[in-house]
Write a protein that binds this ligand. Structure first.
Ligand code: HEM
Ligand code: HEM
Ligand code: HEM
Length: 71
């Protein structure tokens, strides 16, 4: 899918532009250590470490709660 959406338990939705990340990062293994498909252990901890962490490191992409978690 070009865009993947996640429904978080706090009633918010997170939109993840998957294709844009594939193109920008070029390396699937950044996120898919074990190969393409569902990510084992994906959830709050994974996302806050990897999604938010990468955006903070690169100074690009959302790092504030409400920038990812939308009503
Ligand atoms: C999951 C809060 C920042 C992306 C969660 C959950 C909470 C939460 C409570 C778990 C909800 C549940 O039980 O299902 C917060 C707060 C933030 C923050 C308070 C600010 C300090 C962010 C940011 C991003 C992000 C900046 C994106 C870069 C996600 C994702 C999930 C998640 C992808 C997993 C959803 C799933 O399991 O499908 N967050 N978040 N969050 N958060 Fe955040
Ligand atoms: C899900 C492939 C790069 C993060 C998926 C899925 C596939 C896939 C086949 C299953 C869902 C779907 O039908 O789309 C790939 C390939 C990549 C790549 C071939 C490289 C060209 C990335 C990158 C990231 C990422 C760089 C992170 C920035 C995710 C996430 C999911 C996912 C978070 C959802 C995982 C889940 O629900 O458990 N990917 N991906 N992918 N991908 Fe990728
Ligand atoms: C941009 C979400 C993981 C690097 C973005 C944007 C969103 C987002 C919503 C803004 C796109 C726009 O402005 O149109 C997420 C979520 C992630 C995730 C929910 C986890 C499932 C990552 C990871 C990296 C990364 C792991 C790096 C290793 C970037 C960069 C940008 C960006 C460099 C800005 C450039 C661009 O828009 O392509 N991300 N991201 N992201 N993200 Fe992520």
């Amino acid at each position: 899918a070009d865009v993947i959406t996640f429904k978080a338990g706090n009633g918010t939705t997170i939109t993840f532009p998957h294709k844009a990340h594939q193109q920008a990062l070029k390396n699937c293994k950044v996120c898919h250590e074990k190969g393409p498909g569902k990510i084992e252990g994906f959830g709050k901890e994974w996302a806050h470490k990897n999604c938010k962490g990468c955006h903070a490191d690169k100074g690009a992409g959302p790092t504030k709660c409400g920038e990812c978690h939308k009503k």
